[in-house]
Design a protein around this ligand. Sequence first.
Ligand code: HSE
Length: 431
Amino acid sequence: MKGINLGLIGFGNVGSGVVRILRDRRVFLAEKSGLQINIKKICDKDFSVKRGVNVDKSLLARSAQEVIDDPQIDIVVELIGGVHPAKDYISASLKKGKDIVTANKALLAQEGRSLFAEAALRGKNIYFEASVGAGIPIIKALREGLIANRFNSIFGILNGTSNYILSSMSSNNCDFQSALKEAQKKGFAEKDPTLDIEGIDSAHKLILLTYLCFGKFVKMEDIFIEGISQISLSDVIYAKELGLEIKLLAIAKKEGKELEVRVHPTLIPEDNLLASVNGVFNAIHVTSDLAGDLLFYGPGAGQMSAASAVVSDIVDLAQDIKAGLFRPAMSIIEDKSVQRLSSIEEFRSRYYIRFMALDKPGVLAKISGILAKYGISIASVTQKERHKAHIVPIVMIVHESNEKYLRHALMQIDRLDVIKEKPVAIRIEEI
Ligand code: HSE
């Protein structure tokens, strides 16, 4: 049976999961794939941390260079995360004729364009199934299972940490800070949760999905990104009363000749399937022209879930190496019907809006007068019970409006002396 040799750079949580699967399921994988997958070298900057998996000391390498320089290694598995030195290791490995498996979405979102080009130039591949949705096979599904399709939209709950916090606010009536603390206590949120709660991790993943679906490699600065740290419990509760659930959605959507690419807290009807994706789970809804609406759901993080995706990439690459094939992972065809990315200012949707206003005659008339001036039409309005003396929350849903005009209107309303807090606006998405 043909043997394929791996070099592993990064022996952390996911890396040790990969080693465990390849060791414990060696025979199972060999029977399924007809391949013997051997770990030839493992490199990590610190081997003193207990990983719960014993490895032969002869496999341990002192530096990544040892892995890269080993002529017997066919596939380099990069699991250290971050842009540097991961990029340099991948680039050097490609130059040495190795294929790559990585879970590094931050690196691919920033440097993917040049790394994929370098891989193609050398007849090598970079596989990255674990970078979006961990063990959910979304990359393979888009790349292979749906190859005949054109896509209209992607709606993703791509960050488990944010989804855990929002679900917890919604079902336990706790505020953002308490939900975050609880997520940190349970090990779901990092000590510094910025990348997750500010939508950056979701945006990294959205770049990869947008590339696969629309053939456009968008830059981070082209994506409108808003996180969940400003979401208040009152809005979660008021929205729920209106039959809406709040989710941090990563969205790429074709509107005529334009593509909207955005990440922000979004209100969706409670009977939409994405509304019942709770806790650390991820889900990706894609609209394709032949296969229709598809929903991929599962744990979006976790050692064995991510390791499962990494092993799937390793086996895929190993099959190609065995067959002496180069099957480019990224034969991306640009969707020529998309002529440009649209800006958030051009964006139109229904909105949930909350004002904190003085409870006295004429206030609603002033607010609605300004909205009317900007062509914004109110669909419903509710005045809630008083919070503090004479100050009441006024919750509105407005019909589809232009974001730019809405922002202008809200700025003007905010300047009224009867308005006591900055107005809140949350986009409502019809999926
Ligand atoms: N930090 C990510 C999340 C998991 O919270 O979903 C890794 O992509």
